[in-house]
Design a protein around this ligand. Structure first.
Ligand code: NAD
Length: 389
């Protein structure tokens, strides 16, 4: 079976789905590995490193014509989808719950679609495959570096002959994987760190990193299913924003990471909260998206300075800005999942397996993932099957 890693072509994407270090693991499992010319360039892995590791470096044309399994980081674009043929499989972060149309297009082409973002994350045997976690870790780390660079003072307490600098007061809103990594990184830089989340379980995790957990009286718990948060009601949201505003004004740097699966990111930092911050403060909104983010006025991929001197960084796709580390981790996640699905050198799709039930979206011309199929149901509820769509 030929497994091929493509060169990502979405704008600004520097990661690569498979790094040279992982190639021998796949070769030992009886797989032939192809790498598209220049696939690793953005993450500093030259073609020669792939060849030395045992992969065959090929042009895109040959790759799409001969590969059985295609590995990507992000969703393939229209041109890449057009090149795929029946019987091939695509593994990547396909976000089928956000963009089910791609899954439908792949099913229609009889292409098997496997999406790493559907992995059941609480299964301990799936942890090595958890790309959402590995990439969130990278993002949380980089968010702190961006904040430190934009901040006009030091993060640590510094006592010098020229005077004493107090440590920066940094607040992390949303302390899941990215938030905890942000807390750890900010602590290592010497900031005085606080964290807040709607899941009470995160209190212990925040405190174990040496940060202070902020408890709100207005929202006691919004723990949802599977370790995620649930969406707040309108009243809860208002009360949370009002109470957070006071805390935010006492901090120099705020990093927001809050997400609720399948919903737009919750607004945590309102316009009033931004106005309440001192000139020179910095906010990094990791929830910034086209749908809106955690911070009023943040724009994805843009940095702006408000009239009262607050820098707001709309951070999108931070993992791509640490491309080597992000690709190394993603590549290990990818090979662990791929090898889990390979028997005797061939891909075996078996959705009775809990891991595969989460990640396999389309197979044999059908959408096999119930949540994705439901999204694609036409009004009236007929079963969606990719063929012929
Ligand atoms: P996420 O990216 O979905 O959200 C980030 C954080 O935002 C979460 O902690 C969430 O509680 C918080 N949040 C949502 N709405 C909020 C609001 N209105 N106000 C404040 N905070 C809000 O989450 P994630 O980082 O993917 O992690 C989600 C959960 O999954 C965590 O409990 C994490 O420990 C767990 N997890 C477990 C495993 C495992 O068991 N192996 C692996 C990964 C994640």
């Amino acid at each position: 079976m030929k497994v091929a890693v493509v060169k990502e072509n979405s704008p600004g994407e520097r990661r690569v789905a498979l790094v040279p270090e992982t190639v021998p693991r796949l070769v030992q499992a009886g797989l032939e590995v192809l790498a598209e010319q220049g696939a690793g360039d953005g993450a500093w892995f030259p073609d020669s490193a792939y060849s030395e590791a045992g992969a065959k470096v090929v042009a895109a044309e040959d790759l799409y014509a001969t590969a059985d399994v295609i590995l990507t980081v992000t969703r393939p674009d229209q041109a890449q989808v057009e090149r795929l043929r029946a019987g091939q499989a695509v593994f990547g972060m396909l976000s089928p719950l956000i963009e089910p149309g791609l899954a439908r297009a792949l099913a229609a082409k009889q292409v098997t679609a496997v999406s790493l973002d559907g992995l059941p994350r609480t299964l301990s045997r799936a942890q090595s495959m958890d790309a959402l976690t590995s990439q969130a870790n990278v993002a949380g780390y980089k968010a702190v570096l961006l904040a430190a660079t934009a901040y006009g003072r030091f993060f640590p307490l510094l006592i010098t002959a020229a005077g004493t600098a107090r440590p920066a007061k940094l607040l992390v809103l949303g302390t899941g994987v990215a938030g905890l990594q942000a807390i750890g990184t900010a602590r290592r830089l010497g900031a005085q760190v606080s964290g807040y989340d709607v899941r009470p379980a995160s209190k212990g995790e925040v405190e174990s990193l040496g940060a202070t957990f902020i408890e709100l009286t207005s929202v006691v718990s919004a723990a949802g299913e599977g370790g995620y948060a649930r969406e707040l009601t309108a009243d809860e949201r208002q009360a949370q924003q009002d109470e957070l505003t006071g805390h935010i004004s006492r901090h120099d740097v705020v990093i927001t990471t809050a997400q609720v699966p399948g919903r737009r990111p919750p607004l945590l930092v309102t316009e009033d909260a931004v106005k309440g911050m001192a000139a020179g403060s910095v906010i990094v909104d990791m929830g910034a998206s086209a749908l809106g983010g955690n911070v009023a006025g943040s724009v994805p991929d843009e940095t702006m300075v408000t009239e009262n001197g607050v820098t707001i960084i709309g951070a999108q796709n931070l993992p791509s800005t640490v491309p080597t580390a992000a690709s190394n981790a993603y590549s290990r996640n990818m090979s662990a999942l791929l090898l889990h699905m390979v028997r005797d050198g061939a891909l075996v799709v078996d959705t009775s397996d809990e891991i595969q039930a989460g990640v396999v979206v389309a197979h044999d011309g059908k959408i096999v993932h119930p949540a994705v199929a439901k999204l694609l149901e036409p009004e009236g509820g007929a079963h969606v099957d990719g063929a012929g769509d």
